[in-house]
Ligand binder design. Structure first.
Ligand SMILES: Cc1ncc(C[n+]2csc(CCOP(=O)(O)OP(=O)(O)O)c2C)c(N)n1
Ligand SMILES: [Mg+2]
Length: 281
């Protein structure tokens, strides 16, 4: 269980390096997948799982009192699988079966296929509604937990997100915490060119949410925001953590080229990326 109080910052940074490497190796071996979308959210999800925020029991994945984490931007499945394996839910050998036919480690997460996978996602826009469902279900069951949902910024173009945003405020879902991977790009280009989101914080506030805004690669800042969100649960206002991120974070030539969305690196590119992640180049 994740009740770490004493945080080792070097260990957290090392964890992020390992996760980036795992994502690289998984997608390169599969020859497909979304490495840049996964790298973008490494710190956001690491802060949650390894920063002492999320309450979970890898040996009891369906423990009713667990906090829920829903990877709504399901195409970042490599990140979710890597995190769950590091958290102890399953053996890391499973990672190398990403996207194989018949593998439980599919290109998008499927609930129940691997321990720790809370929701079937990949069709963008649904995760916040699922999260709210968990909040309301917890109320009925009189079980206390928090629900965290990772959203993409392109995903915010889906109308269902805003239905969920309205409903969450209506139902005073203070224990619903959305985390936005605000990397400013979606599949086909910059968000500002597709459907601009700004002024984004104001939009969420006007929907009745409390908004926290952080550098999404700064783990201490993300942990602080998550901790504050926890403290503010009793206000009954759902909470949005806007994490400013860089798509492809950690590999410079991927950061510089949004067309890496949805494609793996070639073996030659992977060799360069490996050196960069390991700091040997
Ligand atoms: C409903 C739906 N429409 C389209 C897609 C195809 N698609 C997959 S990823 C993606 C872009 C998502 O962008 P964003 O949410 O910003 O994610 P990130 O930048 O983190 O990859 C799109 C359009 C989808 N998965 N679901
Ligand atoms: Mg994006």
């Amino acid at each position: 269980m994740s009740e770490t109080v004493q945080l080792d910052w070097d260990a957290l940074l090392e964890k992020c390096r390992q996760l980036r490497l795992d994502i690289l190796e998984m997608t390169t071996k599969a020859g497909s997948g979304h490495p840049s979308s996964s790298w973008s959210a490494v710190e956001l999800v690491s802060a949650l799982y390894f920063g002492g925020i999320l309450r979970y029991r890898p040996d009891e994945p369906w423990w009713p009192g667990r906090d829920r984490f829903i990877m709504s931007k399901g195409h970042a499945a490599p990140l979710l699988y890597a995190v769950l394996s590091h958290a102890g839910y399953f053996d890391r050998e499973e990672l190398w079966r990403l996207r194989e036919v018949g593998s439980p480690v599919q290109g998008h997460p499927i609930q129940g296929m691997m321990p720790g996978v809370e929701a079937t996602t990949g069709s963008l826009g649904q995760g916040l509604s699922l999260g709210l469902g968990h909040v309301l279900g917890g109320r009925l069951a009189e079980t206390k937990y928090s629900v965290f949902v990772l959203l993409g910024d392109g995903e915010l173009e889906a109308g269902q997100i805003w239905e969920a945003a309205m409903a969450a405020a209506h139902y005073k879902a203070g224990n619903l915490v959305a985390m936005l991977d605000y990397n400013k790009y979606q599949e086909t280009g910059p968000i500002s060119r597709e459907i601009a989101l700004e002024p984004l914080a104001d939009k969420w506030k006007s929907f009745g949410w409390t908004v926290h805004e952080v550098n999404g690669h700064d783990i201490p800042a993300v942990i602080d925001a998550l901790t504050l969100a926890r403290q503010l649960e009793a206000t009954g206002k759902p909470q949005m953590i806007i994490g400013h991120t860089i798509k492809g974070k950690g590999v410079s030539f991927v950061e510089a080229d949004f067309t890496f969305h949805g494609r793996a690196l070639s073996p030659e590119q992977a060799a360069l990326a490996r050196e960069e992640i390991n700091g040997t180049r």
